[in-house]
Design a protein around this ligand. Structure first.
Ligand SMILES: [Zn+2]
Length: 87
């Protein structure tokens, strides 16, 4: 059995996803919101997507990485700035 840490709430849980079961329904909802937003508006910047969708920049970041979306230009800066701080 593998113990994972939830990417949303930070709780430890047993499972294969990066999200615990408590967060999964909310995460699925936000992910579909994210998808329909970028389908309609394109992938602008993380801050814009977060503001427009109400999803936290941290989760927008995760969705973008999950989808393998490439941001260009100043969007990359935004990605770095909203990244997780280590230590
Ligand atoms: Zn969670």
């Amino acid at each position: 059995m593998e113990l994972n840490r939830c990417s949303r709430c930070g709780a430890f849980y047993v499972g294969e996803n990066d999200i615990c079961s408590k967060c999964s329904s909310q995460d699925t909802l936000e992910f579909s919101t994210f998808k329909s937003y970028i389908e309609e508006n394109g992938c602008s910047s993380i801050d814009t997507i977060a503001t427009q969708t109400g999803i936290s920049t941290k989760n927008v970041n995760r969705f973008i990485e999950h989808e393998g979306i490439e941001l260009s230009g100043d969007n990359k800066e935004s990605l770095t700035n909203s990244g997780v701080v280590l230590n």
